[in-house]
Design a binder for this molecule. Structure first.
Ligand code: MN
Length: 468
């Protein structure tokens, strides 16, 4: 398989004019004379689009083609106002490169080129007519083309997941497949074991989620094998995936390669990327998840697991980086972030950057909890919600006023332990006969009795002595 991914670049305006690219506007409201291809209009290149494409290419280890030009790709389609698409032909902005999908596996890329998007044909509004919305016409895209080097639906899934993560991390594309800002076509062919040449190629289009790409590949793969085993011909064609019926169906046959009559667009001068442009773009690339993960492991002694949890999302990284400016309890920061804070955000359906408590206040709570005066469970279950309601209070006040100060007095702890052990003599007998796993239950009962306030390290110590 080879995959082609079209990704909309996150520019404010279109590739060759100032029309807005924002999603969801009323149809045909973001269409100036250039988007509409009025005669006599001239395109002008949006520099930001080039920068974003190069940013992606450098991150994916591509070679950047510095002397460059745009070409016309001629074909007729109702939502393509000019009758041609401005694209790149012989010199894609990025050549080669790869996307790492596992530590020891990378999918090689053939190229990444820049081109403009077409408008949208809408077939399901009117009974008799196709409606055309040209808002999207002229929106900048990168087309990312892999080598035909993907051999399983699982690898295709991992490739798209990693690619989308990178696009989002770099702020190159929002990666929203449902809204069409990232689209994937799959070219699939099979060959018998031992054969050198691949069979006829089938292209599957209209795949609107990563999961659907995986499903469509599996279904198409089965279909191609079925045809071959029944001695039937595979037709070179373009097919579409119907996710509800779980089938692919033919859109059009593709006997010969299309003749696009490419030539350099005479309305746009060739462009050149200077060394200093390249240097500037290189410097704008943020640290990548893998690099950050390694940094966090070595600088803050986080485990591999904890570090990778923080590095899934860029927002988490920003949150973590803000917190380490206020407190150096790094492991505790991770526990709070992936525990109570994430939990709260999921429940309220907000992103972590909208968490209502200030970074300073969260750091205070972490520091106070780490000082040992309140247990983590009471801090997260009782103090945190109280602080969310009363953000002007501080964690220490709240702990005192809710009577949650950790109990470390031996005499008090021993009374609770005594009560717990007396209430379950059978269990104590079992423990003494060797059922050591019961220790956790005894400790849990003491914790309950203390209202979560007992210093559990001390409790475990005292329990061990008592049960000897
Ligand atoms: Mn394309």
């Amino acid at each position: 398989m080879g995959l082609e991914v079209h990704a909309q670049l996150l520019t404010k305006s279109k590739l060759f004019c100032g029309d807005s690219t924002s999603f969801g506007a009323d149809p045909n409201t973001q269409v100036g004379v250039i988007s509409l291809a009025h005669p006599g209009t001239l395109p002008k290149l949006n520099k930001k689009a080039i920068e974003l494409a190069i940013k992606l290419g450098l991150t994916l280890n591509c070679t950047i083609e510095k002397s460059n030009y745009f070409a016309r790709k001629n074909y007729f389609y109702p939502d393509l106002p000019k009758g041609y698409q401005i694209s790149q032909h012989t010199v894609p902005i990025c050549k080669g490169g790869n996307v790492k999908i596992l530590t020891n596996k990378a999918i090689p890329l053939n190229r990444i080129h820049i081109e403009e998007d077409a408008g949208k044909s809408i077939h399901d509004i009117d009974e008799n007519y196709t409606c055309i919305d040209l808002n999207r016409a002229g929106t900048p895209l990168v087309e990312i083309v892999t080598e035909p080097a993907i051999h399983s639906s699982e690898d295709a899934f991992l490739f798209l997941t990693e690619l989308r993560k990178t696009l989002r991390w770099l702020d190159v594309c929002d990666g929203n497949m449902e809204e069409g800002s990232m689209r994937c076509d799959a070219n699939i062919s099979i060959r018998l074991k031992g054969e050198k040449t691949l069979g006829k190629r089938v292209e599957v289009k209209n795949l609107n989620s990563i999961k659907n790409v995986k499903r469509a590949i599996e279904i198409e793969f089965e279909r191609l094998i079925g045809l071959t085993e029944n001695n039937q011909q595979i037709i070179q064609e373009t097919r579409s995936f119907d996710a509800d019926k779980n089938i692919t169906f033919s859109l059009r046959s593709k006997e010969d390669a299309d003749d696009y009559r490419y030539f350099a667009d005479p309305d746009l001068p060739p462009f050149h990327i200077s060394e200093s442009d390249l240097e500037g773009i290189k410097n704008s690339i943020p640290e990548l998840p893998e690099q950050l993960k390694d940094k966090y492991i070595s600088m803050y002694q986080l485990s591999e697991y904890d570090a990778s949890q923080i590095c899934i999302d860029k927002e988490d990284v920003v949150f973590f980086e803000d917190l380490i400016k206020e407190t150096n309890h790094y492991k505790a920061i991770v526990n709070w972030m992936i525990g109570p804070i994430k939990h709260y955000c999921n429940e309220k359906n907000i992103s972590i950057k909208s968490f209502p408590l200030s970074i300073k206040k969260i750091a205070e709570l972490i520091n106070f909890t780490e000082s040992g005066k309140v247990s983590f469970s009471n801090a997260s279950i009782k103090v945190l919600p109280y602080l969310l309601e009363n953000p002007q209070k501080n964690p220490e006040e709240v702990t005192y006023s809710l009577n949650l100060l950790k109990e470390s007095n031996n005499d008090t702890l021993e009374i609770w332990i005594e009560e717990v052990l007396n209430s379950m003599p059978e269990k104590v007998k079992e423990y003494k006969k060797g059922k050591k796993g019961l220790m956790g239950m005894f400790a849990g009962e003491v914790k309950k009795k203390s209202n979560g306030k007992a210093d559990m390290q001390l409790v475990n110590q005292l329990l061990l002595e008592k049960l000897k």
